[in-house]
Design a binder for this molecule. Structure first.
Ligand SMILES: Nc1ncnc2c1ncn2[C@@H]1O[C@H](COP(=O)(O)OP(=O)(O)OP(=O)(O)O)[C@@H](O)[C@H]1O
Ligand SMILES: [Mg+2]
Length: 345
């Protein structure tokens, strides 16, 4: 099963050949590595699940002592509201007085851009690259965070931009070569599960790309909660269920602590009810997820709160986060947070 695709920004055969040619020219990659890289592009999630798990020293101890609640918002389907939900949940946590770290692991930089724009920072920087090094530690991350500006809440972020995709490709090659001291999956955990980060933040929110990249793999390997936004139509429901299954496989292997906080209907047509067709898609999604035989039992995974299409989200773009400037959006996200048990964080 090939669910997501490409590492980094390379998403078709032509792009893969371009990358290979580039690497060949620099004589940095062998035939075997090229083949493995191609596998990574073609197999998506399965490729990242293939090898034995290699953790960093004191992995369990560091998770137990230093891991803080980390919420990843993810779906391999694009344009389903991941970035919007991450930004507004970040504002929710900040309004509750939490010290929030926002990480954007999509080289498109949509989320980082939201915050860069709000704070007049340099939006072309990609300082997140430095976090994805086996030599990085908590203090590396703290040295890169940006804060302040026009939102009064304590929201910190690290800049992300296109060159993050090169970093992701380098990580993949290093991992394939066996040049990393531990799995490429745990680079982010290695930085987050530190005394420095625990002392500075209460919660981490991670926005991810709709592709199976090193960034997404790292997010799934260190998060405590997973939120999966989806549009309520048939094909999106199918994709959401498939992604949940992939995430569950990942969790089993790399991060047994990961809980699915919920699958959230997004960009729905009306408020507060769903249209008949959205209602059918939601019911279909509930039964699809029920059939998956996940590790989770008990709670219903498809949330009973959904996020309708609202002009308010776009109206404030670049100036504010809708949560902070629109009372209806605030109410909606307060309800969603309770539904997803984010209020317990
Ligand atoms: N509830 C909403 N109401 C109105 N517009 C929305 C809503 N949610 C998202 N949008 C808009 O829809 C577009 C896609 O949303 P968003 O960027 O959050 O999706 P995404 O899943 O992060 O996309 P990608 O997969 O490309 O990262 C954006 O232009 C965003 O402003
Ligand atoms: Mg996005």
């Amino acid at each position: 099963m090939s669910l997501g695709f490409a590492a980094g920004r390379y998403s078709n055969g032509g792009e893969i050949r371009k990358l290979k040619a580039e690497l060949d020219k620099r004589k940095v990659i062998s035939q075997t590595e090229t083949a493995a890289l191609k596998d990574a592009f073609e197999q998506g999630a399965d490729f990242w699940l293939k090898r034995d798990v290699k953790k960093f020293p004191d992995f369990d101890l560091r998770r137990e002592n230093f891991a803080i609640p980390t919420v990843v918002v993810s779906n391999l389907k694009g344009g389903v509201g991941k970035t919007t939900i991450t930004a507004n949940l970040a504002a929710y946590f900040a309004a509750k007085g939490k010290r929030v770290l926002i990480l954007d692991l999509d080289w498109q930089g949509s989320l980082a851009n939201v915050f860069n724009t709000l704070r007049d920072a340099d939006s072309a920087l990609s300082e997140i690259n430095q976090v994805f090094s086996p030599d990085a530690d908590g203090s590396t991350l703290l040295s890169l965070i940006r804060w302040g500006g026009r939102i009064p809440d304590d929201l910190c972020y690290v800049t992300t931009y296109k060159s993050f995709s090169d970093t992701e490709n380098q990580i993949l090659v290093q991992w394939i070569r066996g040049d990393l001291p531990f799995d490429a999956h745990f680079l982010l955990a290695n930085v987050l599960w530190t005394q420095a980060v625990k002392g500075r933040f209460d919660v981490v929110l991670i926005d991810t790309p709709p592709r199976m990249t090193a960034g997404l793999v790292n997010a799934l390997s260190c998060a405590s909660h997973l939120i999966v936004p989806t549009v309520l139509d048939e094909t999106s429901g199918e994709a959401a269920a498939a992604f949940i299954q992939t995430a569950d496989k990942f969790a089993q292997r790399y991060n047994p602590q990961l809980r699915i906080a919920g699958i959230v209907g997004s960009l729905t047509t009306r408020r507060p009810s769903l249209t008949a067709s959205e209602e059918r898609s939601r019911t279909d999604l509930v039964s699809r997820v029920d059939r998956l035989k996940l590790r989770y039992t008990g709670d219903e995974l498809v949330a009973n709160v959904w996020i309708p299409k609202k002009a308010a989200f776009a109206d404030v773009a670049g100036r504010s986060i809708a949560y902070s400037s629109n009372s209806e959006v605030k109410l909606l996200f307060d309800q969603l947070a309770i539904e997803l048990k984010m209020d317990k964080i």
